[in-house]
Design a protein around this ligand. Sequence first.
Ligand SMILES: *Cc1c(COP(=O)(O)O)cnc(C)c1O
Length: 390
Amino acid sequence: MKDFIPYVKHHIDSDDIEAVVNAMESSFITQGPKVVEFENAIAKYSGAKYGSAVSNGTAALHIACLAAGLKKGEVLITSPITFVASSNCGLYVGAEVAFTDVDKYGCMSAPSLEKTIDKLKKQGKKPTVVIPVHLAGNVCDMKAINEISRQHNLTIIEDASHALGTKTNEGPIGNCKYSDMAVFSTHPAKNITTGEGGIVVTNSEKLHSRLNLFRSHGITKDQSVFEINDQGPWHYEQQELGYNYRISDIQCALGISQLKKLDSFIAKKRSLVKKYNSLIEDLPVHHLDEREGVKSAYHLYLLNILSLKTIEDKKEFYKHMHSEGIGINMHYIPVYRQPYYLKTGLYNPSDFPSAEKYFIECASFPLFVDLEESKVERVIDTLKKVLEKF
Ligand SMILES: *Cc1c(COP(=O)(O)O)cnc(C)c1O
């Protein structure tokens, strides 16, 4: 068999390794200066005031929901075309989850958000948090989502797990111009890595201190907010039920080193996307391009394969590509199709026609920093060959 090309692969070089070794040889291997340095570097890069780094992107979404005050009796609204973490975070805090349909970019549709809110309210339910997901590094229609959400007093948490490094006409993703918080993941599949990791950025001092509280057991050592008298120098207080979601200095040392390379990673991926786009011009496929005014960090290269009409077609297509060594992947199975969600009886796939169509047609193609242009040609040659069968 020809060598296998995965859909994504992290890039770690000798600078990164040296940074990690240095962190391991220092006096702190967790909760030391590197965590704060990483948080400040990500906040600065993404245009936010504050960052709270945690053990993974899922934990970041969880503490964002906690800081937003989401709870039982309320509803979180997100897009179904996402990783399950974007909606599980609502379930963690006892809320219900509702989904919108998606737009032509596979992102939360703003008109569908408005309809979903109206429908929930008619049912006597209480939507309080919305999580738009910036699929593949492209950006949701945040201006429209913000307008609708503000009318209904929803807290907006951007799931920007794919979009660290994405720029828009209105600044970098993470500046929270149209949101309360934004979440990034630094899992190895994402734009930069800390092994496992995640971070919430915000411009609100209040949210930032809530996030830090929930990250670390709900415990504070800040005298100025103590609820009982300071009993001595050992005193600390648990004021909320928090978690141990901390990230280590070792991981943050890697993240700081990786962040320095992010712009060059993105430039390389953008040039590969350009190459891909030039090769697919005459094929019956559609690239999910950038929204106007967006310069995507391209976490993923997504194509709609227009001739796929059923799940069976998709299965065959997938099998043929993989047998030729092309590791295409699927982002994502609509979350409402997961057995855990279906069992609630709350969701009906026919309520989401665009997400269903996306599910049948969409595939992610190999895109990563060390992918050679010649491999892009091999991917598209294979695609051409396989498409003859459909
Ligand atoms: C990766 C990802 C997450 C979760 O991040 P982890 O760091 O893997 O926990 C959440 N949402 C989306 C859209 C993701 O792709």
